[in-house]
Ligand binder design. Structure first.
Ligand SMILES: *Cc1c(COP(=O)(O)O)cnc(C)c1O
Length: 438
């Protein structure tokens, strides 16, 4: 085979390990070397590079174990105690654990842990609580909202009448005067906050007050920062009387890929019916088991420390970049994420920046900035975040180093000597910080 890793690694795996996992892995290596070598390649990529995409993370080793477990074999349409197939003793146990832990972690009255992803979870909320054509207010995509917040290219954008709010052109925060004026003018049935590219916290009290004035249901899509709410490092929208919070489980929460809908009691029945049978069939019980494992961890002091470290690491990066004169969208960060205007700071677009950093194995993503004059595939900035690096145990010292490497690359994106030097230094650092689960 072309991958030189393959035969060595297979030999080592087979010689050293006798567990079922190792046997299964060896079977894969033998029956499907193409997939096995891609798996080894991805492990190496994750080990030897620094992951700065703010929506990515390293899940817990225990989550990897249950994801690859026999729970993947089971059909369990319905909910605990009310299933459409037999043999549900242990799936009921797992789903009840996941739901109870979700309610405890997020301090809410009801939890649905079955959505297959963040997108399905938001669709289930809109379709379950509203009627097509209803008005929903949400953040504009180019100002930090997500595709599922009614972007014109999305199916939900067609089905519902999305009114999009934007950020203030001066300080970059949500312009609440405009949100209020738009809410009174358009009378939305639902008001949605939450973001995928916005480096600030949300003023939930201000948002809820406006929603109450117009009688709108309040929803936060906490997909990016769900883990930081769980770890008590960021505010919990339920403390401000919000009706619903949705979150992916694989971003800052460090769980399996999936979504959760958390809500107040009066919405529980409609939400459950909307997820199943409204939108989905059988839930992925291996992922539900992973959510249960994750939410047990989320209740520990160690996880709270992790969430606090994610934020303090982002603060260190912001300070280093500001000292170097880099233009940051909103001027800094309150959360785990920074958006760098690479066009203004280095005279290069986000794609060139992303590609230069890729060459030194620092993974970021190009990012449109508010009212970006550039096209989406060549936007003006990049977006970075600290959840994954922090999960490896990297702290403020490493963040200072990381900012320095990034500055060197972004100032000389074509200089192969610089890129080679930095790449070697990145690899050396990565060796000292093992990836959880590999
Ligand atoms: C990531 C994200 C989603 C979608 O999650 P998928 O699992 O990728 O479908 C939804 N909303 C927000 C705000 C997100 O950041």
């Amino acid at each position: 085979m072309s991958n030189p890793l393959k035969s060595q690694q297979i030999d080592r795996q087979m010689a050293q390990q006798t567990t079922a996992t190792a046997r299964n892995l060896a079977a894969l290596a033998e029956s499907d070397p193409a997939v096995y070598s891609a798996l080894l390649g991805e492990e190496q990529r994750e080990r030897d590079g620094i992951e700065l995409i703010p929506s990515e993370n390293y899940t817990f080793p225990e989550v990897l174990t249950v994801l690859g477990s026999v729970f993947t074999n089971k059909y369990s349409e319905g909910y605990p105690g009310r299933r459409y197939y037999g043999g549900q003793t242990f799936t009921d146990e797992i789903e009840n654990l996941a739901r109870d832990r979700a309610k405890a972690v997020f301090n809410c009255e009801h939890a649905n842990v079955q959505p297959l992803s963040g997108s399905a979870m938001n669709q289930a909320v809109y379709l379950g609580l509203l009627t097509p054509g209803d008005t929903i207010m949400a953040m504009d995509l180019s100002h930090g909202g997500h595709l599922t917040h009614g972007a014109p290219v999305s199916h939900m954008g067609d089905l519902f009448n999305f009114v999009r709010y934007v950020t203030d052109p001066v300080d970059g925060s949500i312009d609440f005067d405009r949100v209020r004026a738009d809410a009174h003018r358009t009378k939305p049935k639902m008001m949605l906050c939450g973001y995928t590219s916005y480096p600030r916290d949300i003023d939930y009290a201000a948002f809820k007050a406006i929603a109450d004035e117009v009688g709108a249901i309040t929803m936060t899509d906490a997909s990016h920062f769900g883990g930081l709410v769980a770890g008590k490092a960021m505010a919990n929208p339920f403390d401000f009387g919000f009706d619903l919070v949705t979150t992916t489980t694989h971003k800052s929460l460090r769980g399996p890929r999936g979504g959760m809908i958390l809500c107040r009691k009066p919405f529980a029945k409609k939400i459950d019916k909307s997820v199943f049978p409204g939108l989905q069939g059988g839930p992925h019980m291996n992922a539900v088991a992973g959510i249960a494992v994750t939410l047990q961890k989320a209740q520990t002091a160690e996880f709270q420390r992790y969430a606090a470290d994610v934020l303090s690491n982002a603060q260190v990066l912001a300070k280093e970049f500001k000292q170097a004169g880099v233009s940051l969208v909103t001027g800094g960060t309150d959360n785990h994420m920074l958006v760098l205007n690479t066009m203004a700071s280095f005279g290069i677009d986000g794609r060139v920046a992303e590609e230069a950093l890729d060459q030194v194995q620092i993974t970021t993503n190009k990012q449109i900035i508010p009212d970006d004059p550039n096209p989406p595939l060549r936007p003006s900035g990049i977006r970075i975040g600290t959840p994954a690096a922090t999960a490896r145990g990297m702290g403020s010292q490493e963040m200072v180093q990381l900012a320095d490497w990034m500055l060197r690359c972004l100032r000389a994106p074509e200089d192969s000597a610089v890129l080679e030097t930095v790449r070697a230094e990145v690899e050396a650092l990565c060796q000292r910080f093992p990836v959880p689960g590999i």
